[in-house]
Design a protein around this ligand. Structure first.
Ligand code: AMP
Ligand code: GLY
Length: 420
C-alpha cells in the first residue's frame, strides 16, 4: 500500500522512515519532504497549504493512508478535505484540532472534563485582561489563543512584563488574529514532559514518555525554540506512569469532545508539568506529534506504525498493541546560525552518514543542491537520534555521531539529557 506523509521537517522524516519499515507499505511519498525523505521516499512538490491539490494528487495516486505531521494543515481542515474525497487520513478534523489552535477551547474542555491544568481565565478585552493581571500579581502567564508558531506564550515574572504582553498581543496585534483572545493563567512550577498517544475517537493508545529541551543554549538559557534535543525515557515522568495519564487526561478529554459531537482521530500530544509532589497538570495540547520527540519515539517503537495508524483510521485501535524497546533513545538537534531569529540558508552539510536501526541523522531543514549535495534551508537543520542501553549511553551515541557532521554556522547544545 502507498502512504503519503504531509510535511517536510525532522518529525516527518522520522515518520516516513518508520512507515517504510512496514511490510505492508510499498511506497512512501512526502509532501513536500526534504533531502532526507528524498533518500527513502518520493518527494511531492505540493504545498501542504494547497489542500485541494494534495487531495486530488492522493486520489490519483491511490494513496491508502495519509499521515499529517504539522498542525497548520490540520487547522486548515486537511482531514476534512481528504474525507470529502473519500481518502483515509490519520489526523484530526479541523474542529478536533481546535484543542491545539485555540488555547481557550482547550482550557474550557479541560475544565469541563476535570483535567488538572493551570488556573486561569480568558479575555477578549485588554482592559479586563490587565485588571485581572493586577489583581493576581506576578509571576503570571499570558497566552495568545491562536497558533503563533511557538511565540504566543509569555511567562511573565513581573506585572509590567505581563501588561506589556497584553499590549503587544492584543493592542498591537503582533501575532494577528491569534492574539484577539488571550488566556491568562497561573505560572506552574516543576518539570515538563511530553506524553503522546494514537487516538481513534474512542481508544487511546499511549506512546512512551519523552522530554524535550526547548531553549537554544546549554543550561536552559537563550530563547525558546521548537526543541533542541530530546530523551526517552525520562526520570521526570517514568513510562510506567503513562497508563495513569491516559485515565486522567486523554480519556476525559476525548469523552468531553465526544459529548460535543467531535470525534478525535489522530495523534494527541499533552505537554505536562510535574510538580515537586508529583502532581501532573496539562500545559497544552497539540494535535500532532512533537518535533524532535518523534525522532526518538520512532527509534524506540518496535511495532508496525502503519498497521497501528490504519487500525485507528478504521476505528479498530483496540486490537493494536505497541511494543517499545527497553533501550533508551536520545537526539540532538543541529540548528543554523541565527536560529530562532533568522535563518542562514544554503550551507553545504558534510559528514552525513548512512542510517542504521540504532543511529539516524533525521533531516529537517535540508534540500538537495544542484550537484547532489545536501544544503541547509531553515532553522533546525537535522537531529542525530540514537539508541543506547541507558539515556546516557544513547546520548553518548548521539553526540559521537553528530560530531561527524558539519556545516557553516552549525550549533547544537552539548548538555541534552544532563539533568535527566
Ligand atoms: P504552550 O504553548 O502552552 O505549551 O507554552 C509553551 C511553553 O511555555 C511551555 O512548554 C512551558 O514551558 C511554558 N508555559 C506555558 N504555560 C505555562 C504555565 N502555566 N506555567 C509555566 N510555564 C508555562
Ligand atoms: N517539541 C515540542 C513540540 O513539538 O511542540
Amino acid at each position: 500500500m502507498k502512504v503519503l506523509v504531509v510535511g517536510g521537517g525532522g518529525r516527518e522524516h522520522a515518520i516516513a522512515w518508520k512507515l517504510k519499515q512496514s511490510p505492508k507499505v510499498t511506497h512512501v511519498y512526502c509532501a513536500p519532504g526534504n533531502a532526507g525523505t528524498a533518500e527513502i521516499a518520493t518527494n511531492v512538490d505540493i504545498d501542504p497549504k494547497n489542500l485541494g491539490a494534495l487531495a486530488v494528487w492522493a486520489a490519483e495516486h491511490k494513496i491508502a493512508l495519509t499521515v499529517v505531521g504539522p498542525e497548520a494543515p490540520l487547522a486548515d481542515g486537511l482531514a476534512d478535505v481528504f474525507a470529502e474525497h473519500g481518502l483515509k487520513v490519520f489526523g484530526p478534523s479541523k474542529e478536533a484540532a481546535r484543542l491545539e489552535y485555540s488555547k481557550y477551547f482547550a482550557k474550557e474542555v479541560m475544565l469541563k472534563a476535570g483535567v488538572r491544568t493551570a488556573e486561569g481565565a480568558c479575555f477578549t478585552s485588554a482592559e479586563e485582561a490587565k485588571s485581572y493581571i493586577k489583581e493576581k500579581g506576578a509571576p503570571i502567564v499570558v497566552k495568545a489563543d491562536g497558533l503563533a508558531a511557538g511565540k504566543g506564550v509569555v511567562v511573565a515574572e513581573t506585572v509590567e512584563e505581563a501588561l506589556a504582553a497584553v499590549d503587544e498581543m492584543m493592542v498591537d496585534q503582533s501575532m494577528g488574529d491569534a492574539g484577539r483572545t488571550l488566556v491568562i493563567e497561573e505560572k506552574l512550577q516543576g518539570k515538563e514532559a511530553s506524553v503522546m498517544a494514537i487516538v481513534d475517537g474512542e481508544t487511546v493508545l499511549p506512546m512512551v514518555v519523552s522530554q524535550d529541551y526547548k531553549r537554544l543554549l546549554n543550561d536552559d538559557a537563550g530563547p525558546n525554540t521548537g526543541g533542541m534535543g530530546a530523551v526517552s525515557p525520562t526520570s521526570v515522568l517514568p513510562d510506567e506512569k503513562v497508563a495513569q495519564m491516559v485515565e486522567d487526561i486523554f480519556i476525559p478529554v476525548i469523552r468531553e469532545l465526544w459529548a460535543r459531537g467531535i470525534r478525535y482521530t489522530g495523534f494527541l500530544y499533552a505537554g505536562v508539568m510535574i510538580d515537586a509532589d508529583g502532581a501532573v497538570r496539562v500545559l497544552e495540547f497539540n494535535c500532532r506529534l512533537g518535533d524532535p520527540e518523534t525522532q526518538i519515539l520512532m527509534l524506540r517503537l518496535q511495532s508496525d506504525l502503519f498497521s497501528a495508524l490504519l487500525a485507528a483510521v478504521n476505528g479498530n485501535l483496540e486490537t493494536v498493541e505497541l511494543k517499545w524497546t527497553k533501550d533508551a533513545a536520545a537526539c540532538v538537534v543541529a540548528s543554523s546560525r541565527g536560529y530562532p531569529k533568522s535563518v542562514d540558508d544554503g550551507k553545504k552539510i558534510e559528514g552525513l552518514f548512512a542510517p542504521s536501526e540504532r543511529i539516524v541523522a533525521f533531516h529537517a531543514g535540508t534540500e538537495s543542491g544542484s550537484e547532489g549535495e545536501v544544503v541547509s534551508k531553515g532553522g533546525r537543520i537535522l537531529a542525530v537520534a540514537a539508541l543506547g542501553s541507558s539515556v546516557s549511553a544513547a546520548l553518548d551515541n548521539a553526540y559521537a555521531n553528530i560530531k561527524r557532521i558539519s556545516f557553516d554556522g552549525m550549533h547544537y547544545r552539548t548538555d541534552i539529557g544532563r539533568n535527566n
